[in-house]
Design a binder for this molecule. Structure first.
Ligand SMILES: Nc1ncnc2c1ncn2[C@@H]1O[C@H](COP(=O)(O)OP(=O)(O)OP(=O)(O)O)[C@@H](O)[C@H]1O
Ligand SMILES: [Mg+2]
Length: 238
């Protein structure tokens, strides 16, 4: 079942066309990878979906409802959460508080339920022992995991991840892949994730959309895309 659709999105900054009729669709419980060279427009696409930027034209639908160019907090309420390429946590707050605040934005829970929810996810990412540390005091990889936890506890329909894996250790990457796979299977959460590394894409995504100069360039199953000569030429010039 299709839950999310981007249709013919165009965006320019000054005279530069950054997205040109970009389209994609995501099914319930599907993990879609977005690849493309530096400056291809990947982050801009996520920014438009989540309401950080406005599209010049084109439409975006979540569960059949048009959400194009709504304000970011409304889009979040409607069920889309995201992580940023450079993280967006509250650095002076604790890890615990950062995650708790993400629940508050979405749902009403008792204090005890909140505590259980935060502790459960922190345990899942092996960070319960540092729950009371400030985000500014921990390495960037922990900060990225906090962002993922904040997305997950809000229980959205779709999560957008902008190079979440960059800067994670091998072990942390494996854990993130397990967590994404678990949530898609158990809760039907859909993901749209920007990632360059093929070994990660092969492990975690169901389908890949390749962007080049703001346009759809290629799309298919991971193995298909990664074996494609045009795609390798785009990335490695070979
Ligand atoms: N706010 C802005 N104002 C002007 N130009 C912008 C703005 N945001 C992005 N751009 C330009 O749009 C193009 C696409 O940028 P974007 O960040 O979407 O690329 P990307 O595919 O995410 O690249 P990367 O892999 O380096 O993260 C780039 O040329 C960038 O300089
Ligand atoms: Mg980017």
């Amino acid at each position: 079942m299709l839950i999310f659709k981007v249709e013919n999105i165009c965006k320019h900054f000054g005279g530069v066309k950054v997205l040109e009729n970009m389209s994609l669709a995501v099914k319930k419980g599907e993990v879609v990878g977005i690849m493309g060279p530096n400056g291809a427009g990947k982050t801009t696409l996520l920014n438009i979906i989540s309401g950080q930027e406005r599209a010049d034209s084109g439409e975006i639908f979540l569960n059949g409802e048009r959400i194009t160019n709504l304000e970011a907090h409304i889009i979040a309420q409607k069920g889309i959460r995201r992580s940023f390429q450079t993280t967006s946590n509250f650095p002076d707050e604790t890890i615990y508080e950062n995650i708790r605040a993400a629940i508050i934005n979405g749902k009403h829970m008792s204090k005890q339920e909140e505590q259980e929810t935060v502790n459960k996810i922190l345990e899942r990412v092996a960070m319960l022992h540092i729950a009371n540390r400030r985000v500014s005091e921990v390495p960037i990889s922990y900060s990225k995991l906090v962002e993922l936890c904040r997305c997950l506890v809000a229980k959205p329909a779709l999560i957008l991840l902008d190079e979440l894996y960059a800067g994670l250790t091998l072990e942390e990457s494996k854990m993130v892949t397990e967590l994404i796979t678990e949530r898609k299977k158990m809760e039907g959460v859909s993901f749209l994730l920007i990632e360059h590394r093929t070994e990660i894409l092969l492990d975690v995504v169901n389908r890949i959309v390749v962007l080049n100069q703001g346009k759809n360039y290629f799309e298919g199953l991971p193995a298909e895309v990664l074996a494609n000569k045009e795609v390798s030429k785009l990335y490695w010039g070979e």
